[in-house]
Design a protein around this ligand. Structure first.
Ligand SMILES: C[S@@+](CC[C@H](N)C(=O)[O-])C[C@H]1O[C@@H](n2cnc3c(N)ncnc32)[C@H](O)[C@@H]1O
Length: 255
């Protein structure tokens, strides 16, 4: 039961401020940086780019030859940081930049609005990645436009979570699986977000909200196979400092 309000609580002013940038020496940096730079280039007179869930704009520095950048996010706190970043970025000095608060599940753009669309750490995590969303994204792309999406690998996450909890106390694993998560589920369902006095309970509550997401390779390819619009794709697997991700590159083909 994804709730937009829980998500806003998660990215409160403190969490947004401490949302760190990636250091180029960290695992996964090159995968994000190369995919984002590559996606922009080759579109004359400059690419029209959409960043879905741009957060603090921590990948804006990888953009090149961009005529228009549209960044949307659910959190105003994250967007404020992204806004402050823009003047520091030489690569965007001649770029028209529009950053605004919006729920991607409720937004529509005209067909052929963008040459490159990317979304890192958002789809299949906070927002379900399904056929409807994928078809919308493909329709917003220009022919020969492309897209880069990262999605956490659910199987790899489960293995990691099991190892982590096993290596600590079995009783902790038991209480998280059997007690805290179900309690958080009840609280989410009766919309108690704002009544949690304790930070840990609040975090558990918010995290429950998103715990149904992440995708297995099969779930992801099932979505890709349902779409009848013409596109090709490349699916890679990579590890960053936190998770094993799928890196999905989509290329829209001609009619
Ligand atoms: C893990 S952060 C990733 C931010 C950024 N893409 C990055 O890689 O640094 C997830 C972001 O998704 C945004 N988000 C979550 N649900 C959203 C929605 N329904 N519409 C737009 N943005 C959303 C959150 O506000 C948050 O900034």
């Amino acid at each position: 039961m994804y709730s937009y309000d829980s998500m806003k609580l998660l990215y409160d002013p403190d969490n947004s401020k401490s949302y760190g940038d990636f250091d180029p020496s960290q695992p996964g940096y090159d995968v994000y940086a190369e995919a984002i730079t590559q996606g922009c280039i080759g579109h004359r007179p400059g690419a029209r780019v959409l960043d879905i869930g741009c957060g603090t704009g921590r990948w804006f520095h990888c953009l090149r030859d961009v005529k228009l950048l549209v960044g949307l996010d659910a959190s105003l706190n994250m967007l404020n940081i992204a806004h402050r970043r823009l003047p520091e970025l030489d690569a965007l000095s001649h770029t028209e930049c529009l950053l605004f608060e919006a729920d991607i599940r409720k937004l529509m753009f005209m067909p052929d609005s963008f040459d490159f669309i990317y979304s890192t750490g958002v789809l299949g995590e906070y927002v379900p990645f399904d056929q409807v969303l994928l078809e919308s994204i493909l329709s917003w792309l220009s022919v020969r436009g492309s897209c880069f999406i990262t999605i956490v690998d659910k199987d790899a996450f489960r293995n990691y979570e099991d190892r982590l909890l096993d290596s600590r106390k079995p009783s902790l694993k038991y209480s998280i699986r059997k007690l805290i998560t179900p309690l958080a589920k009840v609280a989410v369902n009766i919309n108690m977000v704002n009544f949690f006095p304790c930070t840990i309970a609040k975090q558990m509550h918010i995290l429950y909200d998103f715990s149904q997401f992440y995708m297995t390779k099969k779930e992801l390819t099932d979505v890709l196979n349902k779409v009848s619009m013409p596109f090709t794709y490349e699916l890679i697997s990579f590890q960053d400092r936190k998770h094993v991700h799928f890196g999905l590159k989509l290329f829209k083909s001609g009619k």
